[in-house]
Design a protein around this ligand. Structure first.
Ligand code: ADP
Length: 644
């Protein structure tokens, strides 16, 4: 334990966040209280979870609550809890730094949003600003905290005026838990007074009504003086006071477990508020599922689909969204066992009365009941998504589609069901999303396969020369522009009985090559192959091209160009796979090269043409040229000759 008062600087990202909060959430100030109450409630949850295996740690302080103490004269508001508290090291770790992964990217995004003036509270809300939001209303914050198990004189006092530094020193606290004291900023005439009891009641009711622990405040009340204690005249009429003023602790929140209430008794507004509390998200949810399972597996579930993606959706260590309860008693947060990775964005509560209360995380995974609930939840959520009206589903799909698609290759039992949820833009959809069912319905009468192409840029994909022949035949092609699609197509080999086929690999069962025509080019192709030996495994007449002169194709089981790019971007070194150079025999330039080759085999330009043909194929698919300077020089020379 540190002995003296120390001063530390906030980490840069905290300073940035503080700045943002203070400057951009002004109209949402009052949510600071919700954030502090949420932290207090989380701290009690943590303690409670710990006490399940070590009941003695609660001592004689087992009545959990969150206490608010306003002082109007001093303009101070205190929020205390008897939760888990923090040690010196924990304070250093949690307050003053932001440990969340992805903070840097998030801040970068905010900065960009800010410059385009679209910085909204919702955007910041996705991040969950928590504790720091109190600096919107306070110019000094003091926190005294004592961790469970620590002695009274092992408490820690933290203080900051939010201007870049904080102090930390040893302190005493007679009970376990945390007290946050806000020294409120001087108010303008219009500003609300956060020490006003009426205000506090309203804010708690509005934003924190569902917090599971009592949120209490001392209030002065008038109560009638019992009859026999009253002073009365001879006619029995009271001559003194009939009422007395007392201080009473009032509970401000209803603590209703809304998941346990009948579905039709919970209003949309109540759901929205509960969701915000649960998800630390400021946007109302997009959709919800509220149901009670009966029968062998009994449980209540209340599940929300967020409207916006959290900033850390793709960070491995992000929390999952399901809280587990047993008969309304909180068991654990972040219950990964109840929902698969590919549905990690859902938020909600599962309350299972038959759960073994002493479950540990390890046991949970094998618990039959938990497995049943998980299967059930997955089915219900997938049904909900399948049945969503198109417009709502699109809102869902933009942020969460890539996550759900992970299920196609991670949950083989549900593959087809999840594949039906996938949407793609196509060569014919005019920028709109198309489902595989729609695609199949629109297939040409003679079309046997579902064509797709993968890559990272929709615009490059749609103009990819590989698709020329398919377009001519009016075959639609799925444009897969999302990294997960590379994995999707590896496990989704067919849909609705129709094989999925890459437009850039293998033979497309399209028109056959005219054998005679092909023979005429044999010698030239042999020559080109000789020139490009190091780069291509074969030179072939193309069935794919109608307008372009060259493209590179893979064989059926080769890695796609995009997959290769993805692997390289992630630092891996995929084995070099040579591809096939396909040339369009009907292209006028091929005829000219052929004539030149036949008349003058030793013409020095022939070698250059081979290089350029190869480079053209690379450029057309958005690839990277090995030697861009050479390409540019050769094309320049050729243009000069052509124009002269
Ligand atoms: P968040 O709550 O989103 O994690 P905060 O900045 O609000 O972010 O809080 C940072 C961390 O500080 C919390 O995750 C928690 O570990 C700790 N903390 C905050 N308030 C309390 C409290 N009242 N009791 C115990 N720990 C707390």
């Amino acid at each position: 334990m540190e002995e003296k008062k120390q001063t530390h600087q906030f980490k840069t990202e905290v300073r940035q966040i503080l700045n943002l909060i203070v400057n951009s959430l002004y109209s949402n100030q009052e949510i600071f209280l919700r954030e502090l109450i949420s932290n207090a409630s989380d701290a009690i949850d943590k303690l409670r979870f710990k006490s399940q295996t070590e009941p003695s740690i609660l001592g004689d302080d087992g009545e959990f609550k969150i206490k608010l103490r306003p002082d109007g004269i001093a303009q101070i508001l205190e929020v205390s809890d008897n939760g888990i508290g923090m040690t010196h090291d924990e304070v250093m770790e949690n307050i003053g730094t932001i440990a969340k992964s992805g903070t840097a990217q998030f801040l970068e995004m905010l900065k960009q949003a800010q410059s385009s003036e679209t910085l909204t509270p919702e955007l910041i809300g996705q991040f969950g600003v928590g504790f720091y939001s109190a600096f919107m209303v306070a110019d000094k914050i003091t926190m005294v905290t004592r961790a469970v198990g620590a002695a009274p004189d092992q408490a820690v006092r933290w203080e900051s005026t939010g201007d870049g530094s904080f102090t930390i020193e040893p302190a005493t606290r007679d009970r376990r838990g945390t007290t946050i004291t806000l020294h409120l900023k001087k108010r303008g005439k219009e500003d609300p007074d956060y020490t006003d009891q009426w205000q506090i009641r309203r804010i708690v009711k509005q934003h924190s009504d569902y917090v599971a622990y009592p949120i209490v405040m001392d209030v002065e009340k008038e109560i009638p003086i019992p009859d026999k204690e009253q002073i009365k005249d001879k006619d029995g009429k009271p001559i003194g006071e009939t009422k007395r003023r007392v201080i009473e602790e009032e509970t401000l929140n209803s603590r209703e477990a809304i998941w346990a209430k009948p579905k039709d008794e919970v209003t949309d507004q109540a759901h929205d508020e509960f969701y915000k509390h649960l998800a630390h998200d400021w946007n109302p949810p997009l959709a919800r599922l509220h149901f009670k399972m009966e029968g062998t597996t009994e449980y209540h579930a209340l599940i929300y689909i967020p409207a916006k993606a959290p900033f850390d959706l793709f960070h491995a260590e992000r929390k999952h969204g399901i809280q587990l309860y047993c008969k309304r008693v909180f068991i654990m947060d972040d219950c990964k066992e109840l929902i698969p990775e590919y549905l990690r964005f859902v938020k909600g509560v599962v309350d299972a009365p038959d759960l073994n209360l002493n479950v540990s995380r390890e046991i949970l995974q094998q618990d039959r009941l938990v497995m049943n609930i998980r299967n059930n939840l997955v089915k219900k959520v997938l049904d909900l998504l399948s049945e969503m009206p198109a417009e709502q589903y699109e809102k869902f799909y933009e942020p969460f589609g890539p996550v759900v698609k992970e299920g196609i290759y991670t949950d083989s039992n549900k593959r087809d069901k999840i594949a039906a949820l996938a949407r793609y833009k196509t060569t014919k959809s005019d920028g709109k999303w198309v489902s595989l069912d729609e695609y199949v319905k629109r297939m040409q009468p003679d079309q046997k396969e579902i064509y797709y192409i993968t890559g990272d840029d929709l615009n490059a994909l749609i103009h990819n020369p590989h698709l020329e022949k398919l377009k001519e035949k009016s075959y639609e092609v799925l444009l897969m522009a999302d990294p997960v699609d590379e994995w999707v197509v590896q496990s989704l080999t067919e849909y609705d009985g129709k094989p999925l086929k890459s437009a850039e690999k293998g033979d497309l069962a399209l028109d056959k090559v005219d054998e005679k025509h092909k023979e005429a080019f044999n010698a030239l192709f042999g020559f080109i192959k000789g020139q490009l030996e190091a780069k291509v495994k074969e030179v072939k007449p193309s069935v794919r091209l109608t307008e372009s002169v060259a493209c590179l194709a893979g064989e059926d089981y080769d890695m796609s160009a995009y997959m290769e790019k993805l692997l390289k971007a992630s630092g891996q070194k995929p084995p070099e796979v040579k591809r096939v150079l396909e040339l369009n025999m009907d292209h006028p330039v091929m005829g000219r090269i052929k004539t030149l080759y036949e008349n003058d085999r030793d013409n020095a330009s022939l070698k250059d043409y081979c290089q350029v043909l190869y480079d053209l194929a690379v450029v057309a698919e958005g690839g990277k040229l090995e030697n861009p300077a050479r390409f540019s020089r050769l094309v320049g020379e050729m243009m000069t000759r052509a124009i002269a």
